[in-house]
Ligand binder design. Sequence first.
Ligand SMILES: Cc1ncc(C[n+]2csc(CCOP(=O)(O)OP(=O)(O)O)c2C)c(N)n1
Ligand code: SF4
Ligand SMILES: [Mg+2]
Length: 252
Amino acid sequence: MTEVAQKKVASALAPLQLSGEHHLCPGCGHPVAWRILLEAISELGLEQRAIGVVGHGCYTNIVQLADIDFLQCLHGRAPAVATGVKRVHPDAAVFTLQGDGDVASEGLAEVLHTAARAERITTIMLNNGVFGDTGGQMTAASVVGQRTKTSLDGRDAETHGHPVPVAELVAALAGSAYVARGSVNNAGSIAKSKRYLKRALELSAAGAGFTFVEILTMCPTGWFLPTAEGPGYLEGTFEQTYPLGVLKDGPR
Ligand SMILES: Cc1ncc(C[n+]2csc(CCOP(=O)(O)OP(=O)(O)O)c2C)c(N)n1
Ligand code: SF4
Ligand SMILES: [Mg+2]
């Protein structure tokens, strides 16, 4: 792709995207995930039915940039709040958008119980392995060896414990109908992640049960890396701990 063509793709607003400006760092993977989420909602025709529930993190900047109804709730509690929204508005297409700190560290109980109850919502977890918004501390999803502000010598399983694979835990529960893990570090992965989002949103909106999509996103700032090295680091470290693909499609 020529530089001109790349610029055109990057500068064109996605459907439902109100602004091309954001305050996240250069090289952050979150805005790419936002974009494919908005495209998925639009292509499924869910614009008028979609209600998003977010927690707290760098990714929550989406609420100012997207023409969708959002609620923000306490850290980690989005699946519980989304459960209430869905039960009050059964025709709505309800999804949560959360970080790995939000889901794996602060709100693991909420997501697991919501999956076990087969709530007809989608949870999207943007996993960059750090509490990005508060300065890059280790989360339960940080990978072994990963340097963070609170594990400067790298996460050590003996001292800090092992990473929590949320997608695998959710897939093991009978209430989950679809579980997939994608990433946004190259064009092919971005296209696959969008397909996962579409399938997950479609199934939960149709009443099939709880659906979950994890998306690995770059955080060069929290990883102490030059911007351009984020995608390669994601592939070399995160994808080794968190294999990409569809973990579950249909009840088990
Ligand atoms: C109960 C509670 N604990 C801590 C915080 C502070 N806090 C706000 S954002 C954030 C980091 C969120 O990390 P993550 O969910 O991984 O999202 P990211 O910033 O990496 O996108 C934290 C710890 C809070 N708001 N509430
Ligand atoms: S700290 Fe990380 S997650 Fe937050 S905006 Fe910067 S690159 Fe993105
Ligand atoms: Mg994070």
